[in-house]
Design a protein around this ligand. Structure first.
Ligand SMILES: [Zn+2]
Length: 146
């Protein structure tokens, strides 16, 4: 499995993480799956409604549902959930629990090393496995999916 994401989306995701500081940011990633390629086509920033937004995130189910319906109308599905961490970009214990409920790719950003960096994970046999991320030019991504 490879997460294919346009460069401009990575930049946007990291900008959103910076803007949301000191809270964790949350973004839904929509797109299509072609073979083992999970291709990101659109992003929807959502509110972090956690009662401890600095160290965890929670997405309002109604807001998520609204975006799911809109994505479906565009022929897209929820393929990944992005959030930022005050800690290293590894799934927390709570993340692992939510990964079970939301079996999509989890993209986690952190800037503990200075600049924002993201890592992708998927839950396999109850363990978080790293997913390869391929950063592409926007037009590249569209060519593959149309
Ligand atoms: Zn987390």
């Amino acid at each position: 499995m490879i997460l294919v994401i346009p460069q401009e989306f990575i930049i946007r995701l990291h900008n959103i993480a910076e803007e949301m500081l000191p809270n964790e940011a949350a973004v839904l990633l929509f797109g299509v799956v072609i073979g083992n390629r999970v291709i990101v086509q659109s992003l929807e920033t959502v509110q972090n409604v956690s009662s401890n937004p600095r160290t965890s995130f929670r997405i309002d189910p109604e807001e998520e549902y609204r975006h799911l319906i809109e994505a479906e109308e565009r022929g897209e599905a929820l393929i990944a959930i992005y959030h930022s961490h005050p800690a290293p970009p590894r799934p927390s214990f709570k993340d692992l629990q939510f990964m079970r409920l939301n079996p999509v790719i989890w993209l986690i950003a952190s800037k503990v090393s200075g600049d924002w960096t993201s890592r992708a994970y998927v839950l396999k046999n109850d363990e978080a496995q790293v997913v390869r991320v391929e950063i592409v030019e926007r037009h590249d991504c569209e060519e593959r999916t149309t």
